[in-house]
Design a protein around this ligand. Sequence first.
Ligand code: IVH
Length: 676
Amino acid sequence: MENNPVVTQMRQLIQLIAKHNHAYYVMDQPSIEDSEYDQLFHQLKALEQQYPDLVQADSPVNKVGGKPLAKFETITHTVPMLSLGNVFNQEELFAFARRIEERLPNQKIQYDVELKFDGLAISLWYENGVLTRGVTRGDGETGEVITQNVKTIRNLPKVLSSDKVAVPRLLEVRGEVLMPKAGFERLNAENEAKGEKTFANPRNAAAGSLRQLDPNIAASRPLAFYAYGIAQCEPNHGLSSMSASLEWLTNFGFAVGERHFICDSIQEVQEKYQQINQERPNLAVEIDGMVIKVDDLQQQQKLGFLSREPRWATAYKFPAVAALTTVENIDWQVGRTGTLTPVARLNPVAVGGVTVSNVTLHNIGEIHRLDVRIGDTVSVYRSGDVIPKVEKVWLEFRPDDVVEVHLPENCPVCSSPVVMPEGEALARCSGGLYCSAQRIEAIRHFVSRKAMDIEGLGDRWVESLLHLDLLKDVADIYHLHEHREQLLTIEKMGEKSVQNLLDAIENSKKTTLAAFIYALGIRGVGETTARMLANTFQTFDAIRHADLEALKKTPDVGGITAEWIVDFFQASHNLEVIDRLLAAGIHWDAPIAPTRQPLNGESWVITGTLATMGRDDATQMLQALGARVSGSVSSKTKCVVAGEKAGSKLEKAEKLGIPVLDEQAFLALMADYGQA
Ligand code: IVH
């Protein structure tokens, strides 16, 4: 038996599927595309159907994938959370319908056609109308209790009420948690700007957010819940169809899919499937197919289950969309913070109805990983409609004259040296204020309220001034008065607005050392760090000439930031701009010596959601006063700052008799210490 080639193949498939299951369910890091996973699964299933006697005991075909992580409490689902069979084409869809018709002869069958959300299945318990439990699907039998995280999902009712229908004693709703595309893109953009990890797709982002032990993280993520079924309802809701039960759920405020159909025939189902495949890019959420369900609940019951899948429902997956094309060129784009991103210019190609001619290659590491070169033939893939990507290079088609791509030594925009600190994935232009690609953002930052505070110099002005070539760098701001005549030629800028602008610029010359340091836009140097630098070094010259060691000793400055500061002051064009700024008359009073660190050595804890600031800001304020900010409450904790929805940490503090400040009291204290 061991030598049977079918068994060998089955074993190989089982091992591969197990490996990818682990990556997907446990690590939240898919190792292959879903469509490829489906292919493996399908192949194994087909083999098992063909050779039922050879089915292996540990085959995943009859199991739902995934084991819960150990860190959350686990619970057994009263009603198991099963999976769905798949169909991939019209023929398989029609076969699904035939099997149903054979079991329900001479009955009219209506199909309920729903979006197949690509997120995480969860179960929600409402006892007497109150959300008491949220559990992940886990392996289908047992899931993780993530009630705290689930409660942070904004579009999900925490308490049920309706003026149309009675609230049941017990209601278990099933549905999917996901991150709508817009929120996903926003989150990734924010993380990128902060230099933090970005997520590969909305599904990973949702999974990563729900699995956080700290509910504040989930709360800060744009998650949404979409209901697709009722597992238990006591007393029974008395409804007779799937579509009616979804409609019933909306009475309580549950969101259901933005598209939803009742079809009288399987042909009509096929049409809806094609229609949604077209509309897919316009939907708010990511879907990977449609779910086709027999609408009538009695019919569903008669059809029952075959092993772990309902006979009355199936998933109709969308084909993964990929197309072949050639790489015409690879350019480097300079982003607003100076990051260099390689972009492949493609011979335009239609991928799932959208023409793709540019695709980001993310970073030089990705270029090496793919081994992509100019002239190569590549597969371009779009999962759903999120950003297309180069999936693979077809070495078989590689011409002799392909051109290898290297990280440029100089910025393609300003020719400053490109730097890529060790251990980092991203290369950057070191041009800083000098680089025109970074100029607009640098100017916006420079004039912003907490920097030089030049209120009159809004975006409209900046754009016009750049257009007139009057702003090559931020120092030019202080020479604008020499171009009064030209300023007056700008449309809608009269004598008065020009004078206001020049006055605002003049007034900004008196500033503080901290604001000036912050205004320079040194990477890693936010407001608090700037204040720390000013307080510690006292003079601009001391900061400018500080060495790594001295910088690292400054509170709030880590090793990496220290390097960025040194780099910044080593770049001659930065020094030129600074000299011109100082020559223009920017000045400040000497900072007051910071001997007072009133919270020195104290351990503080922040919990819950703060309404007026992020937790990072609050942490920075506390650190600036010498406190350590810790993640857990203990008898050593000096004080707890509790925002909205503070949970167990607040309870613990109260139990231990540790002082608790609400946000208002915290802000007042910070203001007293000159931090707010
Ligand atoms: S109904 C008996 N409806 O697909 C199972 N599932 O492969 C009934 N899914 O884990 C499931 N959208 O997370 C259903 N509109 C929808 C769905 C949906 C996504 C997921 C669900 C489940 C998986 C099954």
